[in-house]
Each structure stands twice: as structure tokens, then as C-alpha cells.
Write a protein that binds this ligand. Structure first.
Ligand SMILES: Cc1ncc(COP(=O)(O)O)c(C=O)c1O
Length: 367
């Protein structure tokens, strides 16, 4: 605030270079949301009307709406029951179907749900063979390592979110990571009105000038210096926050492992634990998922549902004629899942209350 420079400037540039170094990519582009990042990454790859973009219905609205912004169609592929991540075998079938129908698949957007990395080796191989560029939706996955690299750095581009609930936050904010000079150049232009030089450069470089050119109808997606300053401090704490999430997830897993009425998330060392999603086993309990959440709420514990699949949402249902059973695994998981409270700032005492409540609600409502 005291620097006098509030919007995109030196802080944003520093945040970008520190983030790029952290995850090990050539370019990091700071934006005012991950939604903006997904939009611009797909735009930079030339996704456009008439083409299909493979993604999962088991995600937040942002993942698919950006495909529609560009006039392309989401091609939903169902998830794996154990990971809640997109099924690589389904991607293979979708690509094959498009090939037969003569439809262009312009990109694939796997989502690392809850912070658990997708099978990027299989996805990379399948998409590589068919020349389908991959944009990772890593909104839930920072800092998450898989196969020796960071999730979000394994495709043509990866997109991170700094929304208020995410592992590091700037209130609102996002980052695109890419090794491609071409994608980075296009995003730099499109994030600020299609102007060929950013504001900071215009006012501060040696050849300071009022001259600029608009080379495309761009967007207003830049991250402010106020937000970037927060991001730089958060970035330093990212590993510590992750350790805390991991240790809380460990306690939940140990407490719930033998209960029998919960299916737990995969106990993977790669899991980033943005969310702790359990599923209730309906045959073991006399109450359903909604009643379980209500019971938690009555005890002062806020739980949520991730996700109601997109193919059930009015817009996608009416636009594409989806039926609930079109994506049976997504449908089944969304009907039984509960996200329990988990964040780096959750105290041991509060985690203890959550565990006690879950065990007690289960014990009182066993079939
Ligand atoms: C899977 C997924 N992708 C993208 C986003 C969009 O992130 P943002 O709010 O930073 O635009 C979210 C937001 O929660 C998300 O859950």
C-alpha cells in the first residue's frame, strides 16, 4: 500500500517469478482467478467453436464454463470410483469416438480433485498420441508432487487457484504455469485487454510511452499488486500449510479406518488434501448423506458436498440433453459424499470434535 502502486506491477512480477521457480516452469502468469487462467490457457491453445474439450463432470462450474466461453463443447468423461478423478480409459474411448465422428478434440482438462493427482502418465500418453493438448485444472493441487514433478506442470499448461478456501490464497487470484513461450505470450496479451505491453511496462520502462496497440479483444484478468503481495507471503508458507493438512488428514484416516460406514479417500502420499471427501456406505447406516450433514451442522460442524456433477445442472442438462445416469460413477459418488472440515488453520481441538461427531453419528444411526 505504501509503495503507491496498487494494481499490477512489481509485486505481481515478483510473485510470478517466485511461483515459476517454486514449481519449476519457464513462465507463471498471475491472474485474478483460476477461472480466468483456464479460459486464457484454452484460448491460447486455439480452442474454439465446434471443437470438443474433454473434461470431467465431477468438478466445479469453472472447469466447464470456460469451454463454453470459447464456443466449444465439454465432452464429459466419467470418473474412477476410488479417486473421483477422470478415468483415462474413458478419455481413450472419447477420443476414439470423436475420431470416428470427424470431431476435433481441441484440449483435455483433467482436474486433480481434492488435491489428489490424476493419472497424468496415462493421460499424457493418450493425449500425446492423439495430439490433444492437456490443461491441468490444478485449482485444488498446490503444492502437490506427482512422479517427481508438481501437479500443474505436466501438461501444456496448468492452472492454480488462490481463492479464499485454497491451500494458499490471495482472496481471489490464480496462476497459469507453462513452459511454452507461445502460450505465455498470448496470455500476457489477453489478460489485459489485448494490449501488447502491460501497464507497468508502459509507465516505467526506459522508453516510457503513452503508445500502445490493441491486437485482440482481450479481457480484464490481471492480478493486483495488493493480492500479489499476499501471494508472495503465502507462497513462503505453502509447504508448512501442506504439512498441517497432511497431518490432519492422517488423524482423520486413523480415526475412521475401522468404522465400516465410511469409504475413505485414497491414503496416498501424493494427496494434497485440499478437501477430505468421505462417502457414506448407505447399506450400513439408517440415515442418508443429507441427514448426516444436517446432524453435523446441529453439532456446529460445517460439512459440504464436492461435487454435484455438472451434467445434473440445469444449463448442461438443457443444452446437451444429459440424463443423470449418463455418468453413473459421478452420480453415485455425488449422492453419498461429504467433505469434512480440513484446513491448515483447523485446530487439533476442532479436528477432535469433528472426529468425535462423525463416530458418534455413525454409532447412533447404524442399521
Ligand atoms: C476444480 C476447480 N477449478 C477451478 C476453480 C476456479 O477457481 P477460481 O475461484 O480461482 O476461479 C475452482 C474453484 O473452486 C475449482 O474447484
Amino acid at each position: 500500500m505504501r509503495s503507491g502502486w496498487l494494481t499490477t506491477g512489481e509485486e505481481a512480477a515478483r510473485f510470478e517469478s517466485e511461483f515459476a521457480r517454486f514449481v519449476g516452469v519457464r513462465h507463471a502468469l498471475a491472474l485474478n482467478s483460476a477461472t480466468a487462467g483456464l479460459h486464457l490457457a484454452l484460448e491460447a491453445l486455439g480452442v474454439g467453436p465446434g471443437s470438443a474439450v474433454i473434461t470431467t463432470p465431477y468438478t466445479f462450474a469453472a472447469t466447464a464454463e470456460v469451454i463454453r466461453y470459447l464456443g466449444a463443447d465439454p465432452l464429459f468423461v466419467d470418473i474412477c470410483r476410488d479417486t473421483l478423478n477422470i478415468d483415462p480409459a474413458g478419455i481413450e474411448r472419447a477420443i476414439e469416438r470423436c475420431r470416428k465422428d470427424g470431431r476435433r478434440v481441441s484440449a483435455a482438462v483433467p482436474v486433480h480433485i481434492a488435491g489428489l493427482p490424476c493419472d497424468m502418465e496415462a493421460i499424457g500418453q493418450l493425449c500425446g498420441v492423439s495430439r490433444v493438448p492437456v490443461v491441468e485444472d490444478a485449482a485444488h493441487a498446490f503444492p502437490v508432487r506427482t512422479g517427481g514433478r508438481f501437479a500443474g506442470t505436466l501438461g501444456a499448461a496448468g492452472v492454480f487457484s488462490f481463492y479464499a478456501t485454497k491451500s494458499i490464497t490471495t482472496g481471489e487470484g490464480g496462476m497459469v504455469a507453462t513452459d511454452s513461450d507461445e502460450i505465455a505470450r498470448r496470455i500476457r496479451v489477453m489478460r489485459l485487454h489485448g494490449i501488447d505491453r502491460d501497464i507497468w511496462d508502459r509507465y516505467t520502462s526506459a522508453g516510457a510511452s503513452w503508445k500502445y496497440d490493441v491486437v485482440a479483444p482481450g479481457y480484464k484478468y490481471n492480478l493486483t499488486d495488493i493480492a500479489a503481495a499476499m501471494g508472495r507471503v503465502q507462497l513462503k508458507k505453502a509447504e508448512r500449510f501442506m504439512e498441517r493438512r497432511r497431518s490432519l488428514a492422517r488423524r482423520y484416516i486413523d480415526a475412521f479406518a475401522e468404522l465400516g460406514f465410511l469409504t475413505l479417500p485414497p491414503d496416498s502420499l501424493e494427496h494434497g488434501w485440499h478437501l477430505f471427501i468421505v462417502r457414506i456406505n448407505e447399506e450400513a447406516l439408517s440415515i442418508g448423506r443429507d441427514a448426516f450433514i444436517e446432524e453435523l451442522r446441529r453439532r456446529g460442524i460445517g460439512a459440504s458436498v464436492h461435487f454435484i456433477p455438472l451434467h445434473l445442472m440445469t444449463y448442461y442438462r438443457e443444452t446437451y440433453g444429459f440424463r443423470p445416469e449418463d455418468f453413473p460413477v459421478s452420480l453415485a459418488c455425488s449422492g453419498t459424499c461429504i467433505s469434512l472440515p480440513l484446513s491448515a488453520s483447523l485446530s487439533d481441538a476442532d479436528a477432535g470434535r469433528v472426529m468425535e461427531a462423525v463416530v458418534d453419528i455413525g454409532a447412533r444411526n447404524r442399521r
